[in-house]
Design a protein around this ligand. Structure first.
Ligand code: AR6
Length: 173
């Protein structure tokens, strides 16, 4: 049985087995959570991301997929980088956002992670409305841990501000 928990705070301060990063397909860093993870995690994470670009993802990590690296100086064993879709009103990309959560959990499970922290993927720079991002995140994680009979003990959503926390809380209840 996997517990789904919520906290308001900074994901780079969490002690968990795996921290999920809302990356971009270059895997070479950016702003938001991505910037914070590389800043606090140190250069080992970026070095591994560069190797991944060179070996497996020459064209970038596709949207909706995920890949793990070391967590460098973070209090975690792995960072799982996933690429959320940019929000657009012209096209429904919910399935790609759901895929970020499913793929990240699949990799976490494969690695043997027991505790996994997620930010609100796509709900910052990529413009996804928080309410909808929260619904997709919580529904997907719930279904995914049920269907895969995951050995993960806790999936923790780490929300940066109160508005995000409240949006997730409406769905976790
Ligand atoms: N801990 C937890 N949540 C955070 C933190 C933090 N330290 N910092 C920001 N958030 P974003 P995206 C929240 O923009 O929308 C980057 O440049 C933030 O308030 O980090 O998927 C990447 O390289 C928001 O609610 O990710 C990509 O180019 C949520 O995390 C692009 O941004 C996600 O915001 C990805 O954009």
């Amino acid at each position: 049985m996997t517990a789904i928990t919520l906290i308001q705070g900074d994901i780079t301060q969490q002690s968990v087995d795996a921290i999920v990063n809302a990356a971009n397909s270059s895997l070479l860093g950016g702003g938001g959570v991505d910037g914070a993870i590389h800043r606090r995690g140190g250069p080992a994470i970026l070095a591994e991301c560069r190797d991944l670009r060179a070996s497996r993802y020459g064209r970038g990590l596709p949207t909706g997929q995920a890949v793990a690296t070391t967590a460098g100086n973070l209090d975690a064993r792995w960072v799982i980088h996933t690429v959320g879709p940019r929000f657009t009103r012209e096209e429904n990309r919910s399935e790609l956002l759901a895929s970020c959560y499913r793929e990240s959990l699949r990799i976490a499970d494969e690695l043997g992670a027991r505790t996994v922290a997620f930010p609100a993927v796509s709900a910052g720079i990529y413009g996804w409305p928080m309410e909808d991002a929260a619904r997709i995140a919580v529904e997907t994680v719930r279904e995914s841990v049920r269907e895969t009979e995951s050995a993960i003990e806790e999936v923790r959503f780490v929300l940066f501000d109160e508005q995000a926390y409240e949006a997730f809380a409406r769905h976790v209840r």
